[in-house]
Design a protein around this ligand. Structure first.
Ligand code: FES
Length: 128
């Protein structure tokens, strides 16, 4: 697949953009301090798919969360900023993800996947 470049500069804190990579929707989310704190403040042993928030973002760039927008249950596209954890909500069967994209409620078995990406500069990432 062709790598996809995303300019982060226009995405305000609290905002996001959706791009496509290998035909898959990718959410690029500029998290607020509150969203990062909520993602950090979790006992990961309580999680279905235990991962720390730090494992899902790049150190020093914790405000940027990049996930594949495909529900790990049966593949619907979850809605961002929805649901009780204000992460994602999948309207198909009610899976709830947190502000780290981790599964918290509903039938999905796994966290939203993080695609391979790297920072090209402070305000640009390359996905793929
Ligand atoms: Fe998302 Fe079933 S496809 S909850």
């Amino acid at each position: 697949g062709v790598p996809v470049e995303v300019d982060l500069a226009p995405i305000p804190e609290g905002g996001n953009v959706k791009v496509f990579w290998r035909g898959k929707p990718i959410y690029v989310r500029h998290r607020t301090k509150e969203e990062i704190a909520a993602a950090d403040n979790v006992d990961i042993s309580s999680l279905r798919d235990p991962q720390t928030d730090a494992e899902r973002v790049k150190k020093g760039d914790e405000q940027w969360l990049i996930v594949i927008g495909i529900c790990t249950h049966l593949g619907c596209i979850p809605l961002i900023n929805e649901g009780p954890y204000h992460g994602w909500f999948c309207p198909c069967h009610g899976s709830v993800y947190d502000t780290s994209g981790r599964i918290r409620q509903g039938p999905a078995p796994l966290n939203l996947a993080v695609p391979p990406y790297s920072f090209e500069s402070a305000s640009k990432i390359i996905i793929g």
